[in-house]
Design a protein around this ligand. Structure first.
Ligand code: ADP
Length: 541
């Protein structure tokens, strides 16, 4: 027997309509490429989203079309998120930092019909446009006074385009399983793969993201999502904040600039924010050198890569800001686990607290998780057994865009490619990527744990650890370090730093000091490139 409840589809349109009706006066503050400070209300923003929906129709775009964005976090990008998806089209957010060949591949693979592009990426697309035959035209995200003299074919100015349209629009009734957005993962091998989100997966993820032990978003919050909206829907903030009615502050192209972030936090009284570790390092550095403070800021979410505990402690001790670690991936919309400590955990002695706060946290309701050994046998949650992380849930992909086959195992689980332990409090600790784990003498060594330990040394700016083949041990860890200043630390001092902090057989067998380390388009260390460069490293016995 079915329940006797209304069957209302879970759609992005419903988030928009609700936010417009219930929280219409709430503010969105943006830095854009053409305006250092733009302010509008939700109501004004959604009025423009309806003008955009009319404009898309005038351009001939239809339901099911992919419409691309190459844009920073600002109000126009949010208008695109809602205007495109609510029209039944697919909002394809593109990471402008991808290599040109990758951009060409994904725009053609997605069959993007129109590309909405921020001012600073116009030259990039001018160079690429001849290789993008399917794109009908380009819309530059600016007003007439900043419109560049461009040779982009069929180029429109965004403000002129929408100004010509009515702000009345009847959005179509959508099936909740209809595709809403598309994001490609950069991956380290092969072509990028498209993850196609649905309205339903987005709304469910949005509810989960707002929960108290997740992003904990309230109508009284001022949230500044720094994680780019081209990176897994900006971790869902552009949906969750509107569902709740929180004030939003969007740093546009200035997301990596500590001074702008600090000024925005203080002027707008930002109390919550989210971003990758490098952003927080930049802000912390700015606060140190300028002597500024951020009294309104209460908590930060950090994810996408492991965050050194020294950064977490510096924010807490110097600025009274608590950092929450979160783990997820493009294929998971992205949220999987979140580190929100219980009162009892917070009272643990400092050494134990340091260990637990670095973990990726507990699974969120909606994400079923397990760790398995090499034979796919489920491992216990004892904090010791380390295995491949598998997940399943309603906001996790089951097949890449246009792929012939499912990407799940025979039992319907998605293998994340991460290796982790899970402790008896259900806190997951990522120890490695499956392909980065170091296999030494039949045992596994966690490259991430060694990197975390290395960057806690005061003379270390950045560190990477990779497994390099070794005649006796199969592989041994090689440590690469960017020192604060050249020659500020010796190899022997560096290796001695690990004594007593990790198992003795984990201590890297050698260290090389370097000036820079390669990163992927999403800012992660490119271990593949490092392994390639150092594959012939000569071990000194
Ligand atoms: P891309 O694959 O495009 O680089 P993703 O955001 O999808 O970007 O990357 C997901 C991966 O990032 C995860 O599988 C994991 O390896 C890593 N990651 C994400 N969050 C964390 C975290 N909190 N700690 C350690 N690694 C993380």
């Amino acid at each position: 027997m079915n329940g006797l409840m209304m069957d209302m589809p879970l759609t992005i349109t419903s988030i928009m309509n609700f936010a417009n009706k219930v929280h219409g006066d709430q503010e969105v503050v943006s830095v854009t490429a053409d305006n250092p400070l733009h302010r509008c209300t939700y109501r004004q923003l959604f009025s423009r989203a309806r003008q955009l929906a009319n404009a898309l129709k005038s351009l001939g775009a239809e339901q099911g079309d992919c419409i691309a964005t190459l844009a920073w976090n600002d109000h126009r990008h949010i208008e695109l998120y809602y205007g495109i998806s609510s029209s039944g089209m697919i909002c394809h957010t593109i990471n402008p930092r991808l290599f040109e060949e990758q951009l060409e591949y994904i725009i053609n693979h997605a069959e993007d019909q129109w590309v909405f592009v921020d001012l600073m990426f116009v030259p990039l697309l001018e160079k690429l446009q001849d290789k993008l035959p399917g794109v009908k035209g380009f819309v530059v995200l600016t007003g007439e006074s900043h419109m560049p003299n461009t040779n982009l074919r069929n180029a429109h100015c965004y403000e002129t385009l929408i100004a010509a349209e009515s702000d009345q629009f009847e959005f179509p009734e959508l099936d909740e399983n209809q595709a809403s957005a598309l994001c490609y993962t950069s991956g380290t091998t092969g072509n990028p793969k498209g993850v196609l989100y649905s309205h339903r997966s987005t709304v469910l993820h949005c509810y989960a993201a707002a929960l108290p032990d997740v992003f904990n978003i309230s109508v009284n919050d001022t949230m500044m999502p720094i994680v780019p909206m081209f990176h897994v829907n900006g971790w869902g903030n552009a949906y969750s904040c509107f569902m709740i009615g929180a004030k939003m502050v969007l740093p546009g192209p200035k997301m990596g600039d500590g001074e702008t972030l600090c000024n925005l936090i203080n002027r707008e009284k930002v109390n919550k924010s989210a971003g990758v570790p490098t952003i927080w390092m930049a802000l912390l550095q700015y606060l140190e050198t300028s002597g500024e403070s951020v009294p309104s800021l209460e908590s930060l979410v950090v994810g996408g890569a492991a965050c050194p505990v020294s950064i977490m402690k510096a924010f807490e001790e110097k600025h009274n800001v608590w950092m929450h670690n979160a783990w997820g991936m493009t294929e998971m919309s992205p949220l999987g686990t979140f580190n929100s400590l219980s009162t009892a955990q917070k009272q643990l002695p400092e050494e134990e607290l340091d260990i637990i706060r670095q973990k990726a946290g507990r699974p969120i309701f909606g994400v079923d998780m397990k760790i398995v050994d090499a034979n796919d046998k489920e491992l216990p949650w004892d904090g010791e057994s380390s295995g491949a992380v598998k997940v399943r849930g309603p906001w996790i992909t089951n097949r890449y865009f246009k792929a012939e086959e499912s990407n799940l195992d025979a039992d319907g689980w998605f293998e994340t490619g991460d290796v982790a332990t899970i402790d008896s409090s259900s806190f997951m600790n990522i120890t490695d990527r499956t392909k980065d784990v170091i296999k030494s003498g039949g045992e596994w060594i966690s490259s991430i744990e060694l990197e975390n330990c290395a960057v806690d040394h005061p003379q270390v700016t950045e560190a990477a650890v990779v497994g390099i083949s070794h005649p006796r041990w199969t592989e041994r860890p090689l440590l690469l370090v960017i020192p604060q200043e050249p020659g500020s630390i010796s190899a022997a001092e560096m290796l001695a730093w690990f004594d007593g902090k990790v198992a003795s057989w984990w201590i890297p067998s050698d260290v090389v000091f370097v000036e820079s380390l390669p990163h992927t388009a999403t800012g992660k260390l490119s271990k593949k490139d490092i392994r390639e460069e150092f594959k012939h490293h000569q071990w000194t016995e």
